[in-house]
Design a protein. Structure first.
Length: 273
């Protein structure tokens, strides 16, 4: 797959992504989920054990397709992980655990099945596969990224998408936390050989550093637009959306209002408005 910055035309979604990562695309496309949710099957090439990240929605056909993909590769699913708790990533986790007999590990205790959770700084090893847990709150309070060092890759959930940019929706989304998380990923890409983004939605990207820098620049530009709108007398989120997001499909304006609320809170907290 070619390296595409968010906003570029479509690339292939689903199938082999790296030596250790295979994507099973969930059948839940929408303006918010793009092509659908990417469920990731991870394993060392010579191991029979696999890890699944984000089983996706509660769709029996999809969950069984993930199982079939593992079986076709001679793998047995040994662990299920969640990047965060949004339904399009986590709703099917309990049923998937029934089908596989696995634990479900997540940062949020309410999403776990089993005694072990997740937190930044952990290292998870299954069948020789190593995943490093990176705390990346902002899109949600419980958002995590998984670093797959053997492939120079990061599994970003909704923190970084394969196309477009991520919504940070008030109140669960906190823009200050999100910007800190992007800076953390930028440092990871720059200092630890991370080149590939395996996102929760959209195609694989092969310029992790460029993508994260694009996200940071996009956020700075949007913040400047919102600040300018407020200075011009646009006070409510609805008014700011009409001014700043005039070129965006109106069907997305309600979601944009939640994003603007998060931006307004950030500007207020930093004394900028």
């Amino acid at each position: 797959m070619t390296g595409l910055l968010p906003g570029d035309p479509a690339a292939t979604v689903g199938g082999v992504a790296t030596e250790r990562a295979f994507c099973v695309l969930a059948p839940n496309p929408s303006p918010m989920t793009l092509d659908g949710t990417n469920t990731w099957l991870l394993a060392e090439p010579d191991s029979e054990l696999a890890v699944v990240v984000d089983p996706g929605p509660l769709d029996e056909g999809h969950l069984r397709a993930v199982l079939a993909a593992a079986e076709q590769r001679g793998k047995r699913i040994a662990l299920t992980l969640l990047t965060h708790g949004h339904h399009d990533h986590a709703e099917g986790a309990a049923r998937f655990a029934e089908l596989t007999g696995t634990q479900v590990r997540a940062l949020d205790p309410a999403l776990r099945l089993g005694e072990e959770g997740l937190h930044g700084g952990q290292v998870i090893e299954v069948g020789g596969l190593e995943l490093r847990v990176v705390a990346t709150p902002g899109h949600t309070a419980d958002s995590l990224t998984f670093h797959l060092p053997a492939d120079g890759a990061i599994l970003t959930g909704d923190t970084v998408l394969g196309r477009g940019t991520t919504m940070v929706a008030h109140p669960d989304g906190v823009l200050g936390d999100y910007l800190d998380s992007l800076r953390r990923l930028r440092a990871l890409a720059a200092q630890h050989g991370v080149g590939t983004v395996l996102p929760g939605h959209g195609p694989v990207l092969t310029d992790a550093l460029g993508t994260v820098e694009y996200y940071l620049a996009h956020r700075a530009a949007r913040l400047a637009q919102v600040e300018t709108a407020v200075e011009a007398g646009y006070r409510t989120a609805q008014q700011v959306v009409a001014r700043v997001y005039a070129d965006v499909d109106r069907a997305l304006w309600p979601a944009a209002e939640l994003s603007v609320l998060a931006q307004l809170r950030y500007l207020e907290d930093h004394g900028l408005i």
